[in-house]
Ligand binder design. Sequence first.
Ligand SMILES: [Zn+2]
Ligand SMILES: [Zn+2]
Length: 296
Amino acid sequence: MSVKILDKNTIIKQKSDGFTPLIIGDPATIFSARAERLRALAKDSFMADYLLLAGQIVQQQALLAEDFAQPVTNFASENALTWPLSLDQAWFPILEAMLAQLTTSLRLVASDDIVKVIDSLQDLDCDTLHHYFTALQHNQPERVPADLAILLWACINTFTSLLVKTTALEWQPEPNVKQHFCPLCGGAPVASLIKGSGHRYLHCSQCETEWHRLRAECTQCADGENIHLQSETLEDAVRAETCGHCNSYLKILFLEKQPNLDPIADDLATLVLDQKLNQNELYRNGFNPFFLPLIQ
Ligand SMILES: [Zn+2]
Ligand SMILES: [Zn+2]
């Protein structure tokens, strides 16, 4: 992957409209808003139980993001980081501490099914746990049991988002490089977001960073000839951008229509749209951890 990472002392001139190619969010704020959005979406949904479960996990991520902000800042200053981030041995102590806190808290509030998942996580030997963390960070979720993956992912997602927040890198796209994966962590996008400015950003499933991509071209294969928007109605704020060239799609969220949309929550809550697209042999080219138990 050819990306140009600039350190925080390098100033990128922003255009007069405030356009910036990279947006790094605050993890605790993002997770709190996402948990609230999941609870709101659950009110009218046929999959309310699952949305509420996702909300419980994300709510715990918001707490982890606060409690681990300083340890991750210390980690960033003590370890030589390479970009895009790639999990190595040094990550494991913090990921394991996050997992311990997450499972202890979740055990008190979650259903019996999740308590069983927590029990089986605690039975894992160290090598298997490390193997699962590594597979998830390297975009290989198929190597991890789906029910375990959603809890392990919560730790990786919290850790990488804190790490990119504390390092505050800036980024400029290379000319002619079409960036489907996150320039900071290599994670897959969850969805596209159309901001009020009209610019399109891809939202990283792993570190919550958003990076600019031109509109009306496939984010995966860059084809611009066979792009269509599909949804129940033209007014829907969540649609799917389908590509007839590589037969894939990514949800596209129009924040200008509804500012409180969240890429993970609203992608998950529009599962019916996925089912229709899958029937037409279109597959997802983005990643949402909460889809894993639904598709395995
Ligand atoms: Zn990322
Ligand atoms: Zn395509």
